[in-house]
Design a protein around this ligand. Structure first.
Ligand SMILES: C[S@@+](CC[C@H](N)C(=O)[O-])C[C@H]1O[C@@H](n2cnc3c(N)ncnc32)[C@H](O)[C@@H]1O
Length: 267
């Protein structure tokens, strides 16, 4: 580990590298991400706007849909992972009209004060380390009456994997997610309009498919761990044993996500 670089910056670099590496495989396993994005998109306001940011755009799933909602708006796709933006550029994600792709951190947005009408962000801000910075930045760059729409994960997400790992060792193998009250507290500059919580359960035939899906997404990076958060052969055998107790009556292994759908206005 480089002693001169703060750990949260190293973690960000790991996140960017992991998602960049997985850009070409991400769509194959992004079932949850598509479901959540579709729901968040259906909640967006129907009005004419000048610009909209897709914060943590990934492979750009939302971009053509944002274009459909806002035919005349300038689209801005922002992501920490350059590989994701390269994927969008080289796969000609169909957005017709003006699209800018920008490699940047949601906690340090490269936009002028009061310059944006709408910020949309689906399943990305749970990777942020400092939510106050994130929301302060959103507040800064939104125009008065501008809106922020976010889908993010709550602490009950991935609980099965967390609990199964706890039976193997005391290391942290699964990231922690901020509870709702802390999220709301960090966003207090903005006016909260709505907040809905939904649990979405995915299922897998076996543990290796479950772990492979997380890895293929680029989402197996764990703060404070240099490797992917997975283990050696014996630890994986123990993990598998622990996870079997969670097998559902239909024979599949569940993995739950607690999803927060939230929206704010800059008063
Ligand atoms: C699970 S993907 C979601 C992508 C897309 N929104 C979707 O719905 O498919 C998370 C994305 O957030 C990006 N990301 C993570 N931390 C970020 C940050 N601090 N700033 C900007 N993007 C970030 C990752 O690089 C990745 O592309």
């Amino acid at each position: 580990m480089n002693a001169l670089v703060p750990t949260h910056q190293l973690f960000k670099q790991q996140i960017a590298n992991s998602f960049s590496r997985c850009a070409s495989t991400y769509n194959q396993v992004a079932e949850l991400q598509r479901r959540v994005a579709d729901q968040l998109l259906s909640r967006l306001p129907k009005q004419s706007i000048n610009n909209v940011v897709d914060l943590g755009t990934g492979t750009g799933y939302a971009l053509p849909r944002l274009r459909k909602n806002y035919p005349d708006a300038k689209l801005l796709g922002v992501d920490l992972a350059e590989g994701m933006l390269n994927y969008i550029a080289s796969n000609r994600v169909e957005t017709a009209g003006e699209l800018n792709l920008i490699c940047a951190d949601a906690e340090n947005l490269p936009f002028a004060d009061q310059s944006l009408d709408l910020i949309y962000s689906s399943l990305s801000v749970q990777w942020c380390r400092d939510y106050s910075k994130l929301f302060d930045e959103c507040y800064r760059v939104l125009k008065p009456a501008g809106q922020l729409h976010i889908a993010t994960l709550g602490p009950k997400s991935l609980w099965q994997l967390r609990e199964a790992w706890q039976q193997v060792d005391s290391d942290q193998h699964v990231n922690e997610f901020l509870p709702l009250d802390a999220l709301i507290e960090s966003s207090r500059l903005l006016q909260l309009n709505s907040c809905d919580v939904e649990t979405i359960e995915l299922s897998y035939g076996d543990l290796s498919s479950l772990l492979k899906a997380l890895k293929t997404l680029g989402a197996s990076v764990v703060e404070g761990r240099s490797a992917s958060g997975l283990g050696g052969r014996e630890r994986l055998r123990l993990l598998n044993q622990a996870y079997q107790t969670l097998r559902r009556p239909d024979g599949l292994l569940p993995l739950s996500y607690e999803v927060y759908f939230m929206s704010w206005t800059k008063a």
